[in-house]
Design a binder for this molecule. Structure first.
Ligand code: SF4
Length: 262
């Protein structure tokens, strides 16, 4: 059987790592391509090694490498059988995938040409034209809504969320068929007030392509990486929410949206 020609094969991107057999990043078994570089600085970020665009190296670590689209496709093709058996596929995550738009688009386009299911995980913090050019190659988009309040978003992520909200609303006008999932990481004391969650729930009712809302409990994975990088973790005193607390947050969002999971 002939191997399909790879579109934009020589384009380079900065990749953090490739992880196989994930069951949390879309349906079936997923191979997750993590890109390096993010314009946000979420204070709870569990992958601080993904934030800087440059490759970071130290005595005991090396984060990131330059790969071509062809390099990536060679890696992803190794998992085609697992995708077929598990009805899985590939997920591009970050960092922020929209910060390397040409590379992201080329990988997604090749995957779709090879009948792989494609998912993205993104903050949607990018120009609408960039997002619009990538969504035709996406089956499933996980988009974070970390806060509704712009002030809180700015305070805890470093950037405004008006652009994110506008971009989410703009998906209503697209003809492409893709599933939209809104993900909210629950950070106790920061975004778990009834008022904040109600506003998020209400906003979600305006999204025509919404498939479901997923609440993600805050966790402290990744704090050791801050130490390794010689950086301070900004939220040392926060505890992970219990399953009962998470069920309570789900109930609040369910006042607005039928399908809510955690
Ligand atoms: S958007 Fe994601 S990768 Fe970027 S800082 Fe926030 S949590 Fe970290």
């Amino acid at each position: 059987m002939s191997v399909p020609t790879i579109y934009d094969a020589d384009r380079k991107g900065t990749v953090l790592r490739i992880e196989r057999s994930s069951v949390h990043d879309g349906p079936g078994l997923r191979t997750v391509l993590f890109l390096k570089g993010c314009p946000l600085r979420c204070q709870w970020c569990s992958t601080p090694e993904s934030q800087k665009f440059e490759i970071e190296t130290g005595d005991s670590y090396s984060y990131g490498s330059v790969m071509t689209v062809q390099d990536v496709m060679r890696e992803l093709r190794k998992d085609s059988l697992f995708f077929f058996i598990s009805t899985g596929g590939i997920t591009i995550s970050g960092g922020e995938i929209l910060a390397q738009p040409e590379f992201t688009r080329a990988v997604l386009r090749n995957c779709r040409a090879e009948c792989m299911h494609t998912a993205i995980e993104t903050s949607f913090f990018a120009p609408w034209e960039t997002i619009k050019s990538i969504l035709p190659y996406v089956n499933l988009a996980f988009v974070d809504m970390k806060f509704f309040s712009n002030d809180l978003h700015k305070q805890y992520t470093g950037v405004d969320n008006e652009l994110i909200k506008q971009n989410l609303l703009a998906t209503n006008e697209l003809e492409e068929k893709f599933q939209l999932v809104i993900r909210t990481p629950i950070i106790p004391g920061l975004n778990d007030s009834e008022e904040e969650l109600c506003k998020i729930g209400e906003f979600c009712t305006k999204l025509k392509k919404l498939s479901y809302v997923q609440l993600l409990p805050y966790h402290k994975l990744g704090t050791a990486t801050y130490e390794k990088l010689g950086r301070a973790y900004a939220l040392p005193g926060i505890k992970s929410p219990t399953p009962d607390q998470m069920a309570g947050y789900v109930k609040i969002i369910e006042r607005y949206v039928e399908n809510v999971i955690f």
